[in-house]
Design a protein. Structure first.
Length: 515
């Protein structure tokens, strides 16, 4: 008796050629339903419709097609069990050797800007996941394919394994299938939580995180820690979609730093900008009229820390910028693009990792941190900074240039670990105090790093000043303007000191802590 395959796919990529090979080369019979059956028959392939095979018509406008004992019995039958074989013979059920199913495009449907809830619900597949899960459960006796990219591999298995796919191949396909159905259900759950008007928080009541191993990393933060890179979703996005032009394999620390520097460069779109980062903290950020100047100004902000740093730029790397980048040791460089001339120059640094990511502004909507017994989820800190909502609290008003510099400094401070102090001048960081246990210490570190360049500079603080001491320290160093959230019970002390010393001070009303 011929082998039996059931084919029911929403994504019909490659399905005709695959089915033709099954029938003509490997002597399969095909059972199919709906649009898939029509596509195959139009290509001249002999197909038995599901309704003819089961003896039951499709009902409810196609909602019920494959939910039938002749389908699921043929999928779940264990060929090494006599009682299963008896049931099959009694009910005239044939075993399936191959199940080829992919699902209604639920995620693509809900991504449409004008999608209705009714349309979304109708794109929740029922029969497909049921067949996939049944087939994946019974992988010891049949093969399930949920990804069109597996078609050729399956045919190769038939060619080189005496016509029977190996157990390892079937198990791999089963794992891929269960991952698909889990992600599918997660997408549905997240969508329903989002549209539930009774949900009282901007985050869903149920939150699931699912990923597929993309790459086992050499180690984690330290050599004694194991680490793996997981990709969310079946289609690569973010860093999984970036094109690595050259360099060594990305490490755990590289990826953590790359995500941190991506968030920084995402803040700056109007001018060519470069950000240099070390251990998730920026050591230099600068904007300029051309990319090389931006990079060199960022490097000058802390040339010592920039050694071995991670660099992100928001423009195509040109030949001149590439030359500047090769003057020191860097771990990684990421950009939206890279000219051919620049690629040739960077290639001389063979260990330098160079990544092209055309859309660095694409980012996750939530941040997750694991704690004992659970995890925390928060929305990302993407509230736009609107200078029209800021409050000038001092007698002295900012000039247009000072206001622009304060915006630059404020955006930079947002990405420095708290307690964070950033000193900038001419759209470039010149001193950064990061991750200190007290704000006074952060101010002292930033000013010391800036040295004699502080005259006329701007100081940004990610949190309020509880006392006026840091205001006086900044003024003594030549700082002319301070931007901070405000909100301390002793704000008046800081304002009074700023007025006394002739400083401009702005309260943003927004805090940007980064722990």
């Amino acid at each position: 008796m011929k082998r039996l395959a059931l084919i029911s796919v929403s994504d019909k990529t490659g399905i005709v050629d695959f089915a033709q090979q099954l029938v003509s080369t490997f002597d399969f019979e095909i059972v199919s339903s709906g649009g898939t059956a029509k596509t195959l028959m139009e290509a001249g392939i002999t197909v038995t419709k599901v309704s003819d095979y089961t003896g039951s018509p499709e009902i409810l406008g196609g909602r019920v097609k494959t939910l039938h004992p002749r389908i699921h019995g043929g999928i779940l039958a264990r060929r090494d069990r006599a009682d299963d074989q008896t049931d099959m013979e009694t009910n005239q059920i044939r075993p399936f050797d191959l199940i080829v199913v992919n699902l209604y495009p639920f995620v693509a449907t809900i991504s449409k800007p004008d999608v209705t809830v009714t349309e979304a619900i109708e794109n929740i597949d029922i029969g497909g996941p049921a067949m996939l899960r049944a087939a994946a459960k019974n992988y010891q006796h049949l093969t399930v394919i949920s990804n069109p990219k597996r078609y050729e591999a399956y045919l190769e298995e038939l060619r080189h394994s005496n016509g029977q796919p190996s157990l390892n191949f079937r198990q791999t396909c089963a794992l891929e299938t269960f991952t698909l159905t889990a992600e599918y259900d997660q997408a549905i759950s997240a969508y329903l939580a989002q549209i539930n008007e009774e949900t009282v928080t901007p985050l869903p009541l149920q939150f699931s995180l699912m990923g597929t191993q993309r790459q086992a990393l050499r180690y984690g933060e330290n050599p004694h820690q194991t680490a793996t890179w997981y990709q969310t979703g079946s289609t690569p996005t973010g860093w999984a979609a970036a094109n690595q032009l050259q360099g060594k394999e990305l490490s755990y620390n590289n990826l953590v730093d790359l995500e941190a520097v991506r968030r920084i460069i995402n803040e700056f779109t109007e001018q060519p900008t470069a950000a240099i980062l070390k251990h998730t903290n920026p050591c230099g950020i600068a904007s300029a009229n051309d990319l090389r100047s931006a990079y060199e100004n960022a490097f000058a902000g802390d040339s010592v820390s920039a050694f071995g740093g991670i660099v992100a730029v928001n423009r195509t790397i040109d030949e001149s910028t590439a030359i500047a980048m090769t003057q020191t040791f860097l771990e990684c460089v990421v950009a939206p693009d890279c000219s051919e001339e620049a690629r040739a120059i960077l290639a001389k640094k063979s260990n330098l990792r160079v990544l092209i990511s055309p859309n660095l502004q694409t980012e996750p909507q939530e941040m997750v941190k694991v704690i004992a017994g659970g995890f925390l989820v928060q929305t990302i800190d993407d509230t736009p900074d609107d200078s029209s909502q800021w409050q000038v609290v001092t007698e002295k008003q900012p000039t247009t240039e000072q206001l622009a510099e304060m915006m630059f400094a404020w955006k930079a401070a947002k990405h420095v670990k708290s307690n964070a102090i950033v000193v900038t001048r001419k759209q470039a960081t010149i001193g950064i105090g990061a991750g200190q246990m007290n704000r006074v210490g952060a101010v002292e570190i930033a000013l010391k790093q800036a040295e004699e360049k502080t005259e006329g500079a701007i100081l940004a603080s990610d949190g309020f000043f509880p006392f006026d001491d840091s205001v006086r320290t900044a003024a003594a160093a030549g700082i002319t303007g301070i931007i901070q959230p405000g909100g301390s019970r002793r704000d008046e002390d800081s304002i009074k000191a700023a007025n006394e010393l002739g400083l401009v001070m702005i309260f943003t009303g927004t805090r940007h802590f980064l722990h």
